[in-house]
Design a protein around this ligand. Structure first.
Ligand SMILES: [Zn+2]
Ligand SMILES: [Zn+2]
Length: 83
């Protein structure tokens, strides 16, 4: 479930709405894990998602922790590595 939220603050962001009972709604949960550390970022407040600069097909997801420590990510498809 993706909800567009655009009120109170000016920026529009896509927010994944986490259901109250995750275990019972597991089929509808989109699992997003950090490409580098495989943390499930759905529960995190800030992460970034972008297409791989190498192949442009794979979505690279980075959690805040990996971003702050500039961990290297690696594209599972083309092997592109970046900070
Ligand atoms: Zn990470
Ligand atoms: Zn790639």
């Amino acid at each position: 479930m993706v909800k567009k939220i655009n009120k109170e603050n000016n920026k529009t962001e896509e927010v994944l709405v986490t259901p109250k009972e995750p275990s019972e709604m597991s089929t509808s949960i989109v699992r997003l894990e950090c490409t580098t550390c495989h943390t499930n970022v759905v529960t995190e407040n800030s992460f970034i998602k972008f297409k791989c600069p190498g192949c442009g097909e794979v979505e690279i997801i980075r959690c805040e922790r990996c971003r702050k420590s500039s961990n290297i990510y690696k594209c599972p498809k083309c092997g592109f590595e970046g900070p």
